[in-house]
Design a protein around this ligand. Structure first.
Ligand code: ADP
Ligand code: MG
Length: 737
């Protein structure tokens, strides 16, 4: 059986020459197989003529009738308007042209009294329903109207590739396929061995047993159906993507993604890492215990559970790959500190990377405060370090005198050489690209000595890799996490420290600004601390800082009785730090800030936050910002101030925040509003680029996909590569470090 005939270049098809080949290639369509899996995004129904009187706005429909009027108007553009009547009603057709000649030529063709068949989107016109630029054909009223036999697929739009060219090419592939099926049926009738070989035609990689168990239709049937659905199919289901044929292909695409990530995970697992020991006898192994003892609070059950999960990972001889999801304020930093101390007790360095200068600084402060009393050294690296500071830091990192290294992106620059990196911690991972995370891991890679190699059970592995811990405050629903983070083990801190009172959130229009200002003033005089956040569109950091400066000056002069401070991204690092320190100490009571304070900033005393132009920010971002308050035991409030007019989407975001403080709930809403690519950041672009699956709509399939993926890996390992190649190809290679 020539199962690979589908791997032929599309040049074998009629109508495809070198030029066309190039255009298809731009869309990554090279082989017959690529075409076969280039699936329609929607359908047109030209299998029946719809009476004009039953049309509704938004339909796409085929209508047919007599031309009863035809007029050309020339204003800025030449417009030709016609009306057709099918006995049940009248609809207008409108054609726009850039010059009069074109319009005239068309008007000569479309004479009154002729009959027309036309297809297009039905819109509301001035007097009646109308179609702009319909596809049309003049027909003979006495002949039966020629109709399509199947729904017409509409393929993803592509520059330089018309629907016609795509349909034409794909139809040819389907024709070939049909012939092959016919031949096979004849062939099998002769053989009478009863084994269905049909699947081999399009390489149905899913084992038959699994396909039957899940009651998935055969791949071949699904493909025929989707490219050329029969006229009586449930169009609505098909369009919504809910019919069983489409779902079976969606299943396979999700499976392909799952398999890629699981494979990346297993690939990592094969690397070697130094296992840490947790015996508490030795003197050296006291840092973590000491740390716990001096904390002013007890860890929550969730924190303890996650720390235990981490400890179990760290005792393995392969790298930990763990993600901690925890809502804003759930106490991830302490968990990170415990993990760091385990590594340090075992004689290793730890690198902690944060996406913003401010957050990295805050981590540095925390870790210095915790570690220095134990005689441990914390090095600091950021893009804004002065030359001397930087040189010293690099030295202490290279010679191992710094056990803990905290910084921003600066951590993976070429000059940074670690002495003995055992653990990499990445905070707010969605802010980093996958490449950045991987390059930090590469830095920690170290060649094994010969002696180590002899002692190890993985002798062929030359290198050892650091363990990695990733933290995120954008928790996502479980099913989604199963897909998005299939290459990581996940822990969830699903509990907030006790005594937190939920933040009360109020939504107010900006015409109330003066009123709000007075109330903030009063609250601050009564001893509360507040953030006043100036936001603008994110791209414009300069403008945002200017807005903050202006607001600061205004408040400074208007409230001489308050200590007002200002922090924004364009201030020098030490200035910023001084301001944050003063705020933390209570020396500043009202802090005007830009969104630099969005992630991680921790000042438990602050209990009031006002966010200007809240409608311009995304849900997750607002939730993060709001998470800066409600960290102490006093009750906190957040005012979301919006400028009008407020869009429907903007309103829906603000209402969600007013209604819930739960990060999971917020993430769910955010995903529905913005989609996974936006919410989960650069790392998950693979998910956003799926061909036919929609990670939100198709979520319900994921638990099953996840289970089947594991079964394929265990029981049918040969099917893994082909499935990945069909749907993803080489795109996800970067995952395999
Ligand atoms: P996030 O998960 O958002 O990074 P942080 O680690 O910044 O949260 O912790 C938020 C605040 O809660 C910090 O002030 C921290 O000291 C405090 N905290 C952490 N764990 C506990 C706990 N178990 N009990 C009380 N407070 C805690
Ligand atoms: Mg944090």
């Amino acid at each position: 059986m020539d199962a690979h005939w589908l791997n032929q270049s599309i040049i074998v098809l009629k109508g495809i020459g070198e030029k066309m080949l190039e255009r298809f290639a731009k869309r990554s369509l090279f082989t017959l197989n690529d075409l076969l899996f280039h699936l329609p995004v929607r359908y047109q129904d030209k299998t029946r003529v719809v009476p004009i009187s039953t049309l509704r706005v938004g339909d796409s429909a085929l209508v047919s009738g007599e031309l009863i009027a035809c007029k050309t108007h020339t204003a800025r553009r030449a417009v030709l308007s016609c009306e057709i009547n099918d006995g049940s009603g009248v609809i207008s057709l409108r054609f726009f042209h850039f010059n009069k000649q074109q319009a005239l030529a068309l008007s000569r063709a479309l004479e009154q009294g002729k009959w027309l068949k036309c297809f297009g989107d039905i819109k509301r016109g001035r007097q009646s329903l109308e179609i702009t630029h319909p596809e049309y054909r003049i027909i003979d009223q006495h002949q039966p109207i020629q109709l399509d036999e199947t729904l017409t697929p509409v393929y993803p739009a592509a520059e330089g590739l018309s629907q016609l060219a795509l349909r034409n090419a794909i139809q040819q592939v389907l024709q070939h396929l049909k012939q092959k099926v016919q031949q096979q049926i004849q062939h099998q009738a002769q053989l009478e061995d009863g084994v269905s070989e049909q699947a081999a035609l399009v390489s149905d990689y899913l084992p038959l047993a699994i396909r039957e168990e899940l009651q998935l239709p055969s791949l071949l049937d699904a493909l025929f159906y989707l490219h050329a659905p029969p006229p009586d199919c449930p169009v609505f289901e098909l369009i919504e993507g809910n019919d069983p044929y489409r779902q079976s292909l969606v299943f396979e695409e999700l499976l392909a993604h799952q398999l890629t990530m699981k494979r990346a995970y297993q690939h990592q697992m094969q690397h070697y890492s130094y296992p840490f020991t947790f015996a508490d006898k030795a003197e050296k192994l006291q840092y973590s215990a000491q740390f716990l003892k001096q904390l002013p609070f007890k860890l929550t059950k969730a924190q303890l559970r996650v720390i235990a999960e981490i400890a179990a990972d760290l005792s393995q001889s392969h790298p930990m790959q763990r993600l901690i999801q925890g809502d804003v304020g759930s106490g991830k930093t302490v968990v990170a500190a415990m993990s760091a101390l385990y590594a340090i007790e075992n004689g290793f360095q730890v690198a902690l990377m944060a996406p913003t200068e401010l957050l990295a600084e805050q981590h540095r402060n925390n870790f210095q405060q915790w570690l220095q009393p134990m005689g441990l050294d914390v090095a600091w690296l950021s893009g804004k370090c002065k030359a001397k500071q930087r040189r010293e830091a690099l030295e202490s990192i290279a010679d191992g005198s710094a056990q803990m290294i905290v910084g921003t992106h600066a951590l993976f620059q070429a000059e940074v050489v670690f002495h003995q990196l055992g653990l990499v911690i990445i905070d707010e991972q969605h802010r980093f690209g996958v490449h950045q995370r991987l390059s930090l891991l590469q830095k920690g890679k170290k060649e094994k000595t010969r002696k180590e190699n002899e002692q190890s059970d993985k002798q062929n592995e030359q290198d050892y890799y650091p363990h990695q811990l990733i933290m995120t405050a954008t928790p996502i629903p479980r099913t989604l996490a199963m897909t998005a983070y299939a290459d990581l083990d996940c822990s969830v801190i699903d509990e907030l420290p006790p005594g937190r009172t939920p933040v009360e959130t109020v939504v107010l229009g900006e015409q109330r600004r003066d009123d709000i200002l007075q109330r903030v003033h009063q609250a601050c005089l009564n001893g509360r601390q507040a953030y006043w956040v100036c936001t603008l569109i994110e791209e414009s950091e300069i403008l945002q800082c200017q807005a903050a400066e202006k607001t600061y000056e205004m408040m400074h002069s208007q409230f001489p009785d308050l200590a007002v401070g200002l922090v924004h991204g364009r201030m020098k690092a030490d200035e910023k730090q001084a301001v944050m320190h003063a705020f933390k100490q209570g020396e500043i009571v009202l802090l005007v800030a830009t969104t630099v304070i969005e992630v991680g900033v921790d000042v438990p005393n602050a209990s009031l936050m006002i966010i200007e132009n809240a409608e311009r920010l995304g849900l997750s971002q607002l939730h993060q910002l709001r998470g800066r308050v409600g960290r102490g035991s006093q009750s906190s409030a957040c005012v979301l101030m919006y400028g009008s007019p407020l869009s429907r989407n903007g309103k829906s975001r603000l209402m969600t925040l007013r209604e819930t403080n739960d990060g999971f709930e917020v993430a769910r809403k955010d995903l529905a509003l913005r989609g996974p690519g936006e919410v989960m950041g650069t790392r998950q672009t693979g998910l956003a680029e799926m061909k036919i699956a929609d990670i939100i709509r198709d979520q319900h399939l994921i638990p099953e996909v996840n289970m089947i993926a594991q079964r394929l890996i265990n029981d049918y390992p040969d099917t893994v590569d082909p499935i990945i190649n069909r749907w993803i190809g080489q795109k996800m290679e970067y995952q395999n470090v």
